[in-house]
Design a protein around this ligand. Structure first.
Ligand code: IPM
Ligand code: MG
Length: 358
């Protein structure tokens, strides 16, 4: 029986609705297992820009640091699209990742048994199933490199974004990936573009050096374009994938889609010290915000990851996973998921998971 301090960042769009259901499930775990989850709510993203004038306010930054774990909904929306870069919701998320040193982003993509028919891949591919852990570098590369925009006399306007990686940044994310592989099926594929990019050539050489320290892990390299293809051709061939920031952003959306819906995938972002951040990988989906249509499963599974990785409660995490599977097996689906026998709204889906937990 433990007492834990959880920081909630509902954010924008469907963020608040899915976090509401995730918290409901967290509380169901609390009352079932005797844990207390004290919650503090903070502003981030467009909601923060509206209320405080910046997307990652100082009160949020200091509040988060005293929490045991952070649960985030989503940020962004058309309302802020024309705001200057430093006021955009996404900037708040990036500042938070950097401020908390959350360089390791874990994005598990597994085909849940009940959703085999929702998988858009060929039936025989779906029947083999898959269980992938994508490890994305989160605080480096082109997301954080120097940006520039200037006029030239002969070529018109020029814009540039620098993709830079240091050995240290590559090594620490590489270690995380090898360690995770050791806990899983001991297979690691590092995704890069070493046939073109210098940063990828450094990435590859650091990974090769690390691989010698993990002889039990079957290691290989793959170019990112090939990885995008192999993910839909034969996802069962992947166990752990490690890749740089932008490749990971793109490949994780692809990986989510083959699980049946982008509304299913959770993520964990961690650094060397607490707290870690847990969030669904889907965005703020402004088109369906506030309509009770969003899928809360990714946020609920993010709670499961939080219990497992930050709070040391693997049994409770598994109980949530099982409850989600049982709700799906019973035929309940939100509108984004194919198949099933009954379409339910966000709140009902959260209710069902909480009920199957108890
Ligand atoms: C993600 C999102 C973010 C990213 C955006 C909202 C900045 O797409 O977490 O995958 O690109 O990292
Ligand atoms: Mg993304």
């Amino acid at each position: 029986m433990g007492e834990y301090q959880i920081a909630l960042l509902p954010g924008d769009g469907i963020g608040p609705e899915v976090i509401r259901e995730a918290v409901r499930v967290l509380e169901a775990v609390g009352s079932r297992c005797g844990h207390t989850f004290t919650q503090g709510t903070y502003l981030v993203g467009g909601a923060a820009t509206d209320a405080c004038g910046v997307p990652y306010p100082p009160e949020t930054a200091s509040g988060l640091k005293s929490a045991d774990a952070i649960l985030l909904g989503a940020v962004g929306g058309p309302k802020w699209d024309d705001f200057p870069v430093h006021l955009r919701p996404e900037k708040g998320l990036l500042q938070m990742r950097q401020d908390l040193g959350l360089y390791a982003n874990l994005r598990p993509a597994a085909l849940r048994p009940a959703l085999q028919s929702a998988c858009p891949l060929r039936a025989e591919t779906a029947a083999r199933g898959f269980d992938i852990m994508l490890v994305r570098e989160l605080t480096g590369g082109i997301y954080f490199g120097k940006r520039d925009r200037f006029q030239t006399p002969d070529r018109g306007e020029v814009a540039s974004d620098l993709l830079e990686y240091s050995e240290l940044e590559i090594e620490r994310i590489g270690r995380r990936a090898f360690e995770l592989a050791m806990l899983r099926r001991k297979n690691l594929i590092s995704v890069d573009k070493a046939n073109v990019l210098e940063s990828s050539r450094l990435w590859r050489s650091v990974m090769h050096r690390l691989s010698r320290a993990y002889p039990e892990v079957q290691y290989s390299d793959m170019y990112v374009d090939n990885a995008a293809m192999q993910l839909i051709r034969d996802p069962a061939a992947f166990d752990v994938i490690v890749t740089e920031n932008m490749f990971g952003d793109i490949l994780s959306d692809e990986a989510s889609m083959i699980t049946g819906s982008i509304g299913l995938l959770p993520s964990a972002s961690m650094g060397e010290t607490a707290p870690a951040l847990y969030e669904p990988i889907h965005g703020s989906a402004p088109d369906i915000a506030g309509q009770d249509k969003a899928n809360p499963v990714a946020a609920i599974l993010s709670v499961a990851m939080m219990l497992q990785y930050s709070l040391g409660l693997p049994n409770e995490a598994q109980a949530i996973e099982r409850a989600v599977d049982r709700v799906l097996e019973a035929g309940y689906r939100t509108a984004d998921m194919a198949g099933g026998s009954e379409i339910v709204g966000t709140a009902k889906m959260g209710d069902m998971v909480a009920a199957y937990l108890a």
